[in-house]
Ligand binder design. Structure first.
Ligand code: ADP
Ligand code: MG
Length: 321
């Protein structure tokens, strides 16, 4: 006999979640009750992932479960917040226990790693999709926002760009890369690592931040718009993944690194007096960070070459509609 809805919730969610001291009442009642530390501000973010839109329909449940949380965590990272609680609304075409077991196991791997607790959610029937709401904390008025960039700031990105773009190509065309390289890029694409520690390290020293989900150019534009400033990028400095430049012509690799999202690295801006401190902090975390340009007065996204110091750069990224 198939399990009832609440037995399923008990088996795959309630009994698997780690417990936190600050959760007064978790899964099981009409709503959850939590206590937030009075010295902190609550930071909340929500993301929906729809099968066939945000991930391919045939991805394994474990990949979907991991990735759905990882991309939400990336929003917390971009705010400099420490994640605490999670709510999950799942829409499933059928009650497939094998699928649920793999999905929840992968999700709880990340929940446990970040010492979070799943405190509630919903399950309904329909085309596969999931909505996750995350709650985290940041010290009062210390969150990293998009509107804080100032003329003179240095623009940085963490890690390297273009791995997800290459993974997507390799997924479509299995002969593009060697088996080992293909596995490496697919793993990074399917299981992105949210830069939570790095986001925390940037609190107090960065003026603005965003995570790169839609592409560097498009996401940086959000900072520029919100802060009412312009940016000039030095495209020679972009930390393009070596595998991408080895596999594709440089101009295409550069274009992908600028416009293809899904890498979930952080892009942030730092006043000149704090750049050394930022570089030291991120180096201590083993995180590469690269200065890619400057914030200047004005509006819009530009790049510099040897001949010209300010050429307009079209900001293209992943657009949903
Ligand atoms: P209600 O009808 O009152 O909304 P539900 O049967 O939907 O109650 O949910 C019962 C309990 O199980 C609630 O505490 C709810 O938060 C929790 N819950 C439901 N679905 C999920 C899920 N996917 N993950 C975690 N908790 C869930
Ligand atoms: Mg409900």
């Amino acid at each position: 006999m198939p399990l009832s809805e609440f037995s399923l919730i008990e088996k795959y969610f309630l009994h698997k979640t780690p417990q936190r001291q600050d959760v007064v009442l978790g899964i099981g009642d009409d709503a959850a009750i939590v206590t937030s530390p009075c010295s902190k501000q609550l930071v909340t973010a929500m993301d929906t992932l729809v099968s066939g839109v945000h991930f391919p329909e045939d991805w394994p449940a474990a990949v979907i479960g991991y990735r759905a949380l990882a991309v939400n965590l990336s929003d917390m990272a971009a705010m400099g917040a420490l994640p605490a609680w999670l709510m999950l609304s799942l829409t499933l075409p059928n009650l497939d226990e094998q699928w649920l077991s793999e999905y929840s196991e992968a999700m709880f791997q990340l929940v446990t790693q970040h010492k979070m607790q799943l405190i509630g959610g919903d399950i309904s029937k329909g085309p596969l999709s999931m909505t996750l709401a995350l709650y985290g904390f940041v010290a009062e008025n210390k969150a990293l926002c998009r509107h804080g960039a100032q003329a003179g700031d240095v623009i940085y990105v963490t890690g390297e760009l273009g791995v997800a773009a290459l993974a997507f190509k390799a997924w479509r065309d299995p002969g593009l890369l060697s088996a080992a390289d293909r596995d490496y890029v697919l793993q990074k694409w399917q299981k992105p690592i949210a830069r939570i520690k790095e986001g925390q390290a940037l609190v107090d020293v960065a003026n603005s931040a965003i995570d790169i989900s839609d592409g560097l150019a498009a996401d940086l534009q959000h900072i520029l718009q919100a802060s009412q400033v312009a940016a000039v990028l030095d495209l020679q400095c972009l930390p393009i993944a070596d595998l991408l430049t080895q596999t594709l012509p440089l101009d295409i690799a550069q274009q992908l690194a600028l416009s293809y999202g899904d890498d979930y690295e952080l892009c942030f801006t730092v006043a000149a007096e704090f750049t050394t401190e930022v570089e030291r902090r991120l180096q201590n975390l083993g995180c590469r960070c690269t200065a890619i340009g400057r914030i200047v007065e004005g509006l819009g996204l530009f790049y510099s070459t040897e001949k010209s110091s300010k050429l307009p750069l079209a900001a293209t990224g992943f657009k949903h509609f």
